[in-house]
Design a binder for this molecule. Structure first.
Ligand code: FUL
Length: 477
């Protein structure tokens, strides 16, 4: 019975989508590495997941009615005429995002107050009744166009919690919400990510709404099979806090909470995302201008998110003009420059690198692939070998305090434990250790002067495959 209702709702929603129905399985996954392919461990990322993980940085943009009412959560009774950005410029957002290294931009098309940043045909509570461009404006259109022109991927946040719509909390709301999803996913070109938020209020009957997630997911898959469903969804997993803090042990492979998306019904590739705002609030408040996170705080967040096998989704909220504020822009620039300068000086690039085991059967996967600054090549061991030592000889003593490891995750995530040693007086001294590696793992430690570093992989689910081993001398700010 339940299934039939689901199908009926699905077909209603699909009327407004132009694409053919596709399966709800994640999209095609082709391997893009330059090293010859090796066997994959199951599960491994789909092509959109891999591209997303390789991107690492995403900008969240909370902009909407709350920007003008100075609130975090509007109650849905706000007058659309309050929405009036005076100097809105989507190109400024995209330029700032690109200059700071962000590869995705996700816009709050609708927050909990229900006000829509696009002229939705399903409600009057939108930009079409605002003074912005005399009601002819469309913020989603301008931002999606700017992203496309700027070569950055565009995503939408569409809050299921809608405090304005009178059907909220009833089955009719599922149709309303899915129609809005379909509208956004059909009329605005490619949408790379759909961010579903679990926040909810009580419905008309005073009960927690029973959101029809399967309907929402299938609507997204139908309209844009390559769009990743994030946060509360099968493709990208919320890390569980809003501080941008990843976990030291971070497997992208998880037990499925969405069995229908998994081949064996148990495990799925479900990489994590860390969200956090550059300011105390998600929306802009002039009163928080002095509380923009410092460059040091942003760096710490980077190493605890991207450096722990997660993507960082950093929120930078535009002000009432519709622009990112000068102070936020400055912080982002400093942060990015500092990272760029540090990563431009990899101490291992000119080193001699040797591994205790290297696979040569079908092709060569030499350890040099880890220091060639080409993320598309990798080193791996013979199929049955799951532990190995890699020694990097820099030729002369250098001061080092940061190590980066990256796995060739297109073949799955494998490494479960590793130790890093520095050579001191001809002996090996442990300087760092960790569990998982994944897309990117950074290890910070007290500066050590040494000419040789050893990365010892002490546990791996299958032959380890590393694409990067880099060493840096990170200057304190
Ligand atoms: C939460 C929301 O309630 C906040 O306002 C914000 O949008 C954050 C990203 O997600 O659930």
């Amino acid at each position: 019975m339940k299934k039939r209702v689901f199908c009926l709702l699905t077909s209603l929603v699909f009327i407004s989508c132009s694409k053919k129905v596709s399966s709800i399985e994640p999209a095609t996954d082709e391997i893009t590495s330059e090293s010859p392919p090796i066997e994959r461990t199951y599960p491994s990322p789909s092509a959109p997941q891999l591209e997303w993980q390789n991107g690492k940085l995403e900008m969240f943009v909370h902009f909407g009615m709350n920007t003008f009412t100075d609130k975090e959560w509007g109650d849905g009774t706000e007058d659309p005429r309050l929405f009036n950005p005076t100097a809105f410029d989507a190109n400024q957002w995209v330029t700032v995002a690109k200059n700071a290294g962000f590869k995705y931009l996700i816009l709050t098309a609708k927050h909990h107050d229900g006000f829509c940043l696009w002229p939705s045909r399903y409600t009057e509570h939108s930009v079409k009744n605002s003074p912005y461009k005399d009601g002819k404006g469309d913020i989603v259109r301008e931002v999606s166009d700017a992203c496309r022109d700027g070569g950055i991927k565009f995503g939408i946040y569409l809050s299921p919690w809608d405090r304005h719509d009178s059907t909220y909390g009833t089955a009719a709301y599922d149709t309303y919400y899915s129609n809005q999803l379909a509208e956004l996913l059909t009329d605005y070109g490619e949408i790379s990510e759909v961010w579903l938020d679990d926040a909810y209020g009580v419905g008309l009957g005073g009960q927690k709404p029973d959101y029809n997630w399967p309907l929402y997911y299938s609507t997204i898959r139908h309209c844009q099979p390559n769009a990743l469903i994030a946060s509360l969804g099968p493709d990208i997993r919320w890390i569980g806090n809003e501080d941008g803090l990843g976990s030291e042990t971070e497997w992208s492979v998880r037990q499925s909470q969405y069995p229908e998306y998994s081949v064996n019904g148990l495990d799925v590739w479900w990489p994590s995302q860390c969200d956090v705002s550059i300011r105390p609030g998600w929306f802009y408040h002039a009163s928080q201008d002095a509380e923009v996170k410092t460059t040091d705080q942003l760096l710490d967040i980077y190493f605890k998110s991207v450096g722990r096998n997660s993507n960082l989704l950093l929120n930078v909220p535009p002000n009432t003009q519709g622009l990112l504020s000068e102070i936020d822009v400055q912080r982002l620039q400093e942060w990015h420059e500092w990272l760029d300068n540090t990563f431009a000086h990899d101490l291992f690039s000119q080193s001699i690198i040797q591994a205790s085991n290297t696979r040569h059967d079908v092709a060569d996967y030499p350890p040099e692939n880890c220091i060639d600054h080409n993320p598309m090549t990798f080193w791996t061991t013979d199929k049955t070998v799951t532990t190995a030592d890699i020694v990097i000889d820099m030729g002369q003593p250098k001061s080092i305090n940061l190590i980066q490891l990256e796995e060739a995750i297109e073949y799955g995530q494998r490494i479960s434990t590793f130790v890093v040693y520095a050579n001191q007086n001809d002996g090996w001294v442990k300087i760092a250790e960790g569990t998982t590696v994944g897309r990117s793992r950074f290890l910070q430690f007290a500066p050590v002067s040494t000419s040789k570093i050893m990365v010892s992989i002490t546990g791996s689910l299958a032959a380890p495959a590393l694409s990067t081993i880099a060493g840096y001398s990170m200057t304190q700010r």
